[in-house]
Design a protein around this ligand. Sequence first.
Ligand code: HEC
Ligand code: HEC
Ligand code: HEC
Ligand code: HEC
Length: 199
Amino acid sequence: MVQTPEPTSSAPDTAQSFSLWRDARHLFILGIILAGVGYAGIQVRQMMLPEGFGTEGPYRAAAIDEIKARPSLLVADTTCLECHTDVKDEREGTLHEAVACMHCHGFGREHVELARAAAEDPSKEIPAAQEWDGDFFTKIDLFTTEDRRTCLACHEQAIGMPADFKKIDVAFHLEDMGAEEPKSPNVCFECHGGHDTAP
Ligand code: HEC
Ligand code: HEC
Ligand code: HEC
Ligand code: HEC
C-alpha cells in the first residue's frame, strides 16, 4: 500500500491522488488493448489478402500469368498482309506504310479467324466488312469507310502537334485544293486514297 502524502494547504488536490501503481495499470490496459487491436488487424489483413500477394511485389503474383493467358486484342499488320498482298504493294514506300490497319478497318480479330477458316474450307464464307458507325471505340470487328473523320483524327491541325507533321487546316486545304464537295464526309477521297495517300 502506497502512503499518500498529507494534504498541505499550498498543494492542489490532484497531487494527493498520485498513485504510481494505478497509472501504470492504466498504461498496461491501454497496451493490452492496442496489442489486441493490432493483432486482430493483422489477422483481418491476412484473411483479406489474396493469395500470392507480396511475393513478387505489392501485387498478386498470379495476376501476371492470368494477364498473359488473355487473348491478345491486337492483330499485327504483318498478319493482315499475309493475305492482302495488294494492300502491301499499294502502301509500299508511302508514308502510310507505318499506319496500322486497325485505324481504318478495326481490330479484325474475328475476320482473321474466319478468313483462315475459309482458306482451309472453301465452303465457308468471309462476312463482308461493315460500314464504320462513326465511333472510334466501335465494337465492329471489320469495317471500311471513307469518312473524313478517320483521316482528321491524325491530320487536323491542332495545338501542340509537331511542327513538321503533315497536317491540314481543313477548310483552307479543301478550298486551296479546289475540292468539289467540301461538305461531303468523303471529300478527302476525291483526291487521296487510304493506302497510297499521294494525291
Ligand atoms: C487468311 C487471310 C486473311 C487475313 C489474315 C486477313 N484477311 Fe482481310 N480478307 C481476306 C479475304 C479472302 C477477304 C474477302 C475477299 C477480299 O475482299 O479480298 C478479306 C476481306 C477484307 C476486307 C473487306 C474488303 C471489302 O471490300 O469488303 C478488309 C477491309 C480486310 N479484309 C482487312 C483485313 C485486315 C485489316 C486484316 C488484319 C487484321 C485482314 N484483313 C486479315 C483474307 C484475309
Ligand atoms: C488511313 C486509312 C487506312 C489504313 C491505315 C488502311 N486502309 Fe485499307 N482501306 C482504306 C480505305 C479508305 C479503303 C476503301 C474503303 C471503301 O471501300 O470505301 C480501304 C480498303 C481496303 C480493302 C478493300 C479492298 C481494296 O484494296 O480496296 C482492304 C482489303 C484493305 N483496305 C485492307 C487493309 C489492310 C490489310 C491494311 C493494313 C496493312 C489497311 N487496309 C490499312 C483505308 C485504310
Ligand atoms: C493513325 C494516324 C493516321 C491516319 C488515321 C491517317 N494518316 Fe495520313 N499520315 C499519317 C502519318 C504518320 C503520315 C506521315 C506524316 C509525316 O511524315 O509528317 C501521314 C501522311 C499523309 C499524307 C502525306 C503523304 C505524302 O506522301 O506526303 C497524306 C496526303 C495523308 N497522310 C492523308 C491521309 C488520309 C486521306 C487519311 C484518311 C484516309 C489519313 N491520312 C489517315 C498518319 C495517319
Ligand atoms: C481536291 C483535292 C484534295 C482534297 C479534296 C483533299 N486533298 Fe489533301 N492534298 C491534296 C494535294 C494536291 C496535296 C499535295 C499538295 C500539298 O502538299 O500542298 C494534299 C496534301 C495533303 C496532306 C499533306 C500536307 C502536307 O503538309 O504535306 C494531307 C495530310 C492531306 N492532304 C490530307 C487531306 C485530308 C484529311 C483531306 C480531307 C479532309 C484532304 N486532304 C482533301 C489534294 C486534296
